[in-house]
Ligand binder design. Structure first.
Ligand code: NAD
Length: 315
């Protein structure tokens, strides 16, 4: 039975990853400091193959048992979180990634870095292939997150080239699904919270900026396919089905049968105008592509959201 360690395993993506690995008969060690995650996300897991450890990975940490795979998911991930925690975000990308790569080296484990489409910044190339180096503003409010992830990528490549650690890098594009926090500031949970309580949906700018939304189950399948491959170079994992934020707001209103209207607010600083993954590499090297379309993904998310929050949703 392989052992996987998941940093950030009590977060949105990390908890779905733990579920998926356990279903594939992995032993799972979940490491988290609950900064943005929650024990609620893993409370349903009842197996002796799962263990939660409350640890802050920005300090040196050790794990006694052998580990085969490390999924390094820990990091504040939504603009609200990294605006609140700018130094912590930089430290997780730097010290947290150093410490976790050091553990991968000691355990001779395969290491997967959860990187992000934000490494492309406000892209001048569309869609974005992995060969694009990006257009990031290092000193803007989003710089703490974007540069932390770019640094973490550089670190993973240095550990691969110089230390012989078996690393890979997943560039994750916008992902949604059950367990997204209602108040985490990302577009879909914000729209859902507003639509389900018939309050106006707030769209930033004129809503023409695009995103490509991937359903969480597809994303997790892609991460594990990458971890189980021998690929080292970065791979985009996301859904290329691009839509504007206004279209997404309208779809949420339709699927929730809401009476909400849509209102427009000022665009945040450095908000990327377009975002769409080129997933040719994932298709060629991993045989992976998304299978769940955005409508179906939203239906599942709305069902869980309504059940979890039971009644009026206060985002
Ligand atoms: P999340 O906030 O739900 O999960 C992050 C987890 O990391 C949380 O449980 C948090 O408590 C934990 N954490 C933060 N600092 C820590 C520390 N110092 N020590 C231990 N644990 C710590 O976010 P998410 O959406 O699940 O994102 C997971 C990863 O995927 C992040 O690295 C993020 O950058 C990346 N990512 C996510 C998306 C997305 O659309 N969700 C897109 C691109 C990249």
């Amino acid at each position: 039975m392989p052992t996987s360690l998941v940093t950030g395993g009590a977060g949105f993506l990390g908890s779905h990853l733990c579920d998926y690995l356990l279903a594939r008969d992995h032993r799972v060690i979940c490491v988290d400091n609950l900064e943005t995650g929650s024990l609620r996300n893993i409370a349903h897991i009842r197996t002796a193959n799962f263990e939660f450890r409350m640890l802050d990975i920005t300090s040196h940490y050790e794990v006694a048992e052998p580990v085969d795979l490390i999924f390094h998911m820990a990091s504040p991930a939504s603009p609200i979180d990294y605006a609140r925690l700018p130094l912590h975000t930089l430290k997780v990308g730097a010290y947290g990634t150093h410490n976790t790569l050091g553990l991968a080296k000691a355990k001779r484990a395969r290491f997967l870095l959860a990187s992000t489409s934000e490494v492309y910044g406000d892209p001048l190339v569309h869609p974005q292939p992995e060969t694009y180096w990006g257009n990031v503003n290092p000193i803007g409010p989003r710089g703490v997150y974007d540069e932390a992830k770019r640094y973490a990528e550089a670190l993973a490549m240095a550990y691969l080239r110089q230390q012989g650690v078996d690393t890979c890098i997943a560039r994750i594009f916008n992902t949604f699904g059950p367990r997204l926090r209602a108040n985490d500031g990302r577009a879909i949970p914000a729209f859902l919270g507003q639509a389900l309580t018939d309050r106006p949906l707030t769209v930033f700018g004129d809503g023409s900026q695009t995103r490509s939304f991937c359903y969480v189950d597809d994303l997790i399948r892609g991460l594990v396919a990458l971890a189980e491959s021998e690929v080292h170079e970065p791979v985009n994992i996301g859904n290329p089905n691009e839509m504007s934020l206004l279209e997404m707001a309208e779809l949420v209103v339709e699927l929730t049968d809401s009476r909400s209207e849509i209102v427009f607010e000022a665009l945040p600083v450095d908000d990327p105008q377009v975002r769409q993954p080129d997933i040719s590499r994932a298709k060629d090297l991993l045989g992976w592509e998304p299978e769940i379309d955005v409508r179906e993904g939203l239906r599942r998310t709305i069902a869980e959201y309504t059940e979890r929050l039971g009644g009026p949703v206060i985002p």
